[in-house]
Write a protein that binds this ligand. Structure first.
Ligand SMILES: Nc1nc2c(ncn2[C@@H]2O[C@@H]3COP(=O)(O)O[C@H]4[C@@H](O)[C@H](n5cnc6c(=O)[nH]c(N)nc65)O[C@@H]4COP(=O)(O)O[C@H]3[C@H]2O)c(=O)[nH]1
Length: 817
């Protein structure tokens, strides 16, 4: 703010003049007083001398007049004395005191009487003794006169008055001159200086300089002005520096703010009272404010709709600020301004913020992660198509239910439900319809049981229902389980309406009551599964309770599983080879390697018995790899011995589990790399079921191995989906016609039509066609007439061991010669 110019009376000139006037008057008064005093003294002395002289002059005639009693003379003397204007009364008295002569005058009006009374004691009466010379007598009379002091000192008063007046005038003049001199010499330049100082822009003090005054260049004022200009330069410089620093600071603050605002984390700072001092954009946005609006607002007000427990936040703030603790809040439930539920992971730490310690709160939004986790958790435990609990969920829940039943002494049941011939729906109406049927089945199953029961989907068309808490009596529980199973069977077999079409699907139900001797969940499921298979074997659409006989079967399977574990180590496996023969020439064009297991006690076990056990136990992976190795070794041997001519192929069976294994192609290639085999000698037989689930992945695996010279055959063709659309996509070279069609080809017209269709379709797609299970010449003849390329079967040879196969190869070679 600019200073107001001082008023005239506040001005330095007036102040100085005032001081001058006071000093001048004081000094003048003192000096004049001294002078007046000296003058007064001199005047008084002069008066006394005059009076003495008057007395001296008047005394002789007065004495003579007294002596001679001469009145005239006395009158002359007194009148003579009265001529002195300061003498008012004169009298001459004789020795007796008689007045010889007297005279008086009226005292003139005089304004100085009062002063004379003060300084000289007023009028004064003199008396002098009159002595006549030669007389013995001391005195013969006296002369008395009164002196008017005021009159006597009148010249003194006049002088003093003139002196005083002159003094005052001189002083006044001096003061005026001083005032003028001060004004022009000091006040005016100062006023101008102050004006210029006022004009200085505080933001740019160096722009306007103070004007140096010519007449003051060398005096103090000049020094003040040049020093001030230097000061302005210095201030300007330091201001510029400060501005530069401030700018840099502002920029860095701005950058920091931008960084903090662009971070995907919520950052805020609260003081000990719970007021927000700072909030970044993410936090403000989440709460529906701007960062500025949040400033100085209390946490209770800001978070009242967002967090359930604001008090615990304040308690944490207190711990952070007072005790300097760092706190991690692993998961905080938070409602955003738009009402969305968020989950935050928060870290709180103390922060020196200006002149206080505050609680810096950094929160990461973990909602997506949490939702993804929940989703993954859900997906891990639920089936995607029906949203029913999956096998994992079922196993966990069943374990819990079995323990609960054991503890509380009641019985429950596991129902293993498999839809009958569901594959037909898929094949004939397509997978979308199949999926809808599965969804409807799952709905019906859920509707058939209580909420506390569990419905799960295991895979494909397999469902499991756990009926919890049936009864404390095992027989009643079994009865109830049977009733519910019947209800389920009836519900499932109700028609499904699809596009004005009535679909019907039945189911086979295997039931096991728990708890039992064996309460391991996997065993319970296996028992129910076994019972369900029993239904299938008996002709489907029924209910079967797991019984002793089945238990035996299961235990036999378990024993076999143990035996199979040892079989690989003890080299109980071997490969048999069944020749593949050209339909027209009757020559061996290849072979199928078939696995044989020679049990040390039981002798040869059928692959139909042990391969499913290898599958379920997972042992098929090791055994399958052994088959690949063994086939390669045999092929290398035969090739080296010249038994394996160009174009011949050895087929090996690949199980679904083996084929779907991620490392399958890589493992096969690594094995092939270890043997010296002619190109294209190895063929792999896979079933349609292997590829139908994951066609794209299957195509990838087949393509990878085809590029390495391995060809593929589709085994058991005709028993499964046999869809031309996916067959066109599959890079397989051969179709194998299942022996079940060949078996009755002579007697069953349907089978003949089917085989003919398969052959025609295969030829259209440029595929090799191999018929399996040819036992009779007639069968062969029909196949030849359809245009089938080659065949396998007891007609030519069953699968034989390696040595025997070599003999067959040798005789085959002999045919060539
Ligand atoms: N009735 C009759 N049957 C004939 C005739 N010619 C051959 N067979 C039999 O038919 C089956 C053909 O094999 P598959 O369909 O692949 O069926 C095979 C195949 O799916 C599986 N298997 C055999 N070896 C292996 C293997 O190394 N790995 C895998 N994963 N599965 C194998 O076991 C199944 C049964 O094998 P096998 O018992 O050896 O039974 C063989 C064979 O002995 C005939 O003229 N009449």
């Amino acid at each position: 703010m600019r200073e107001k110019a001082p008023s005239f009376f506040e001005g330095i000139s007036f102040q100085l003049a005032k001081i001058g006037i006071i000093l001048a008057f004081v000094l003048s008064f003192v000096m004049s007083s001294v002078q007046v005093y000296i003058d007064f003294k001199a005047q008084s002395q002069e008066l006394e001398q005059l009076i003495d002289r008057v007395v001296e002059v008047a005394t002789p005639p007065a004495a003579r007049a007294v002596h001679t009693l001469d009145d005239d003379l006395a009158s002359e003397v007194v009148n003579g004395l009265l001529t002195y204007n300061f003498i008012n009364e004169v009298a001459i008295l004789d020795e007796r005191g008689n007045v010889l002569a007297d005279v008086s005058r009226a005292q003139p009006a005089n304004s100085t009487h009062w002063l004379s009374r003060i300084v000289a004691g007023g009028d004064f009466t003199y008396s002098s003794k009159l002595k006549v010379p030669g007389y013995v007598q001391d005195a013969s009379g006296q002369i008395v006169f009164t002196v008017d002091k005021s009159q006597a000192l009148s010249s003194f008063y006049q002088r003093s008055e003139i002196n005083l007046v002159m003094g005052v005038l001189r002083n006044l003049l001096l003061v005026i001159l001083l005032f003028v001199a001060f004004y022009f010499k000091l006040t005016k330049p100062l006023v101008r200086l102050s004006y210029e100082i006022n004009e200085i822009d505080p933001d740019q003090p160096g722009v306007r300089r103070l004007t140096q005054l010519k007449s003051h260049r060398r005096d103090e004022l000049g020094t003040v002005i040049s020093s001030s200009n230097q000061l302005l330069d210095v201030v300007e410089l330091s201001l510029a520096k400060r501005r530069a620093v401030e700018l840099a600071l502002r920029k860095s603050e701005e950058h920091l703010r931008q960084i903090v605002d662009s971070l995907p984390v919520l950052i805020g700072a609260r003081n000990i009272e719970g007021y927000y001092l700072f909030a970044n954009k993410a936090l403000a946005d989440t709460l529906g404010f701007t960062p500025e609006q949040m400033h100085n607002v209390h946490v209770r007000q800001l978070l009242k709709n967002s967090v359930l427990d604001v008090e615990s936040i304040l308690t944490n703030d207190l711990r952070v600020i007072k005790e300097g603790e760092e706190i991690d809040v692993i998961e905080e439930s938070f409602i955003g301004a738009d009402g969305t539920q968020l989950y935050l992971q928060t870290h709180m730490m103390p922060l020196d913020y200006y002149d206080e310690v505050v609680s810096l709160v950094v929160s990461v939004d973990v909602t997506e992660r949490k939702n993804a986790q929940a989703k993954m958790e859900y997906m891990a435990h639920h089936d995607a198509l029906t949203s029913l609990p999956n096998r994992l969920h079922l196993v966990e829940r069943l374990e819990h239910e079995v323990k609960r039943a054991e503890r509380h002494g009641y019985f429950g049941a596991v129902l293993f439900i498999d839809l009958d011939k569901f594959k037909n729906i898929n094949d004939s109406l397509g997978h979308p319809v199949g999926d809808r049927v599965l969804q409807e089945v799952s709905r019906r199953l859920q509707g058939a049981v209580r909420d506390e029961d569990l419905v799960a989907r295991l895979s494909g068309d397999e469902f499991v229902v756990v009926l919890t808490v049936l009864d404390q009596d095992v027989e009643v529980a079994a009865l109830k389980a049977g009733e519910i199973s019947e209800k389920i069977r009836a519900l499932i077999s109700l028609p499904f309406i699809h596009e004005d079409m009535e679909l019907r699907v039945t189911c086979s139900v295997g039931v096991v009551v728990y708890p039992d001797k064996n309460n391991v969940v996997h065993e319970l499921l296996r028992y129910a599964d076994t019972a369900m298979y029993q239904v299938k074997e008996k002709g489907r659409d029924a209910i079967e309770f797991f019984n002793e006989e089945m238990a035996d079967k299961v235990s036999r399977q378990l024993v076999m599983e143990g035996d199979l574990h040892r079989a690989l180590e003890d080299e109980q496996f071997s490969l048999f080879y069944q020749p593949k023969v050209d339909v027209n020439s009757g020559k061996i064009v290849g072979a199928e390697a078939l696995l044989r297991w020679h049990h040390p006690e039981k002798g040869n076990v059928s692959p139909l018995e042990f391969i499913p056990v290898l599958e379920t136990s997972g042992l098929i992976l090791q055994v399958g790899q052994w088959v690949v190795e063994e086939a390669c070794r045999a092929l290398e041997n035969w090739s080296e011995r010249g038994l394996w001519s160009a174009g011949m192929q050895l087929s090996i069976n690949i199980s679904p589990r083996q084929f779907r294994r991620e490392r399958f192609a890589a493992d096969v290639i690594r094995t092939l790399d270890r043997y010296r085999l002619p190109k294209g000698v190895l063929d792999m037989e896979i079933t349609e079921g292997v590829v139908i689930q994951q066609v794209d992945e299957a195509i990838d695996t087949i393509t990878t191995l085809t590029e390495r010279g391995v060809s593929f055959s589709l085994d058991d063709f005709g028993t499964g989906y046999s869809s031309i659309s996916y067959l066109k996509r599959l890079p397989v070279a051969t179709l194998k016609i299942d022996k079940s069609f060949v078996r009755d080809i002579i007697v069953d017209r349907n089978d003949r039509v089917l085989v003919e269709t398969i052959v025609t379709m295969g030829r259209l797609l440029d595929l090799e066609l191999v018929a399996e299970g040819v036992e009779q010449a007639e069968q062969l003849e029909i196949l030849r007439s359809y245009g089938c390329h080659s065949y396998q079967g007891f007609y030519f040879s069953p699968a034989v061991e390696g040595d025997k196969f070599i003999e067959l190869l040798l005789s085959n070679r002999a045919k060539d010669r």
